[in-house]
Design a protein around this ligand. Structure first.
Ligand code: MN3
Length: 265
């Protein structure tokens, strides 16, 4: 059985004109993404050290600790797999409005970039100045909740632990020519300009709001390792505290009120 599998998309290939045409979407998903997955499966099969990891994201977060011999493959294939997994989730043909469908991330964007137009401009110019193939991302910094625009070359992923900050990707755009060449040829600017109408702002909001998810799961594991009878209580307490902390921070920074039902499940 293959360890990593191509995800089913929740939408058809044909809904993304004039951003991406249906043929490109299909080839991108069933050949390019599938290609990274095949290579990743081969890499894992050949390298025992990778076999304990359940997800590509876990491999990428440990990148710098991996033996140098597997790093190149991990970069290309775990990165290629995870980046595409993420990319498919951030697309929507539903013509969402950022302020309405992603209210918290929208506020955070205004706060961090001055205006939405400014954000779009900076994202576009970062994407345009990336030489060769790669990605442009909107990421949040792990503890401060500040936003940054970054680019990664080739299939390098913002999840890799080689950056000065721990990045939580909010939005990402594939800048490889395979993702736009049929419709836009060399006009990368044209491709980027059509991206805005096809962003899933609900997903972007969720990505931003669930920032503490990672720490919550790490905390759970740490407490489970204690094998203490009272561990369960600690876990619940920890999650409650983490949620409160995030709610406070969102309120402070972005005047967002968090639903009580989320704080007290
Ligand atoms: Mn691609």
């Amino acid at each position: 059985m293959k360890k990593f599998e191509l995800p089913q998309l929740t939408y058809g290939y044909q809904y993304f004109e004039p951003f991406v045409d249906a043929v490109t979407m299909e080839i991108h998903h069933t050949r390019h993404h599938a290609g990274y997955i095949n290579k990743l499966n081969e890499l894992v099969e050949e390298n025992k050290v990778l076999q304990k990891y359940k997800t590509a994201s876990k491999i990428l977060r440990k990148f710098s600790k991996l033996p140098p011999g597997v790093q190149d493959g991990v970069r290309k294939f775990a990165g290629g797999h995870w980046n595409h997994l993420f990319f498919w989730t951030i697309l929507s043909a539903a013509d969402q409005e950022p302020a309405k469908h992603g209210p918290t991330i929208y506020k955070a964007i205004l706060e961090n970039f001055g205006s939405f137009e400014n954000f779009k401009e900076q994202f576009t110019s970062a994407g345009m100045s990336l030489f060769g193939s790669g990605w442009v991302w909107l990421v949040a910094l792990d503890y401060s909740l500040d936003l940054e625009i970054i680019t990664t070359p080739n299939q390098d992923s913002p999840l890799m632990d080689i950056y000065p900050n721990i990045y939580r990707p909010i939005i990402g755009l594939d800048l490889w020519e395979h993702s736009y060449y049929l419709r836009h040829q060399n006009r990368r600017d044209q491709y980027i300009s059509h991206f805005w109408r096809f962003i899933d702002w609900m997903q972007a909001d969720l990505n931003f709001l669930s920032l503490t998810g990672y720490r919550i799961s790490m905390g759970k594991r740490a407490f489970n390792d204690l094998l203490d009878k009272s561990a369960k209580m600690h876990v619940d307490e920890f999650i409650r505290e983490e949620k409160k902390r995030l709610a406070r921070k969102l309120k402070e920074k972005y005047s967002t009120d968090i639903d009580e039902s989320w704080l007290n499940p």
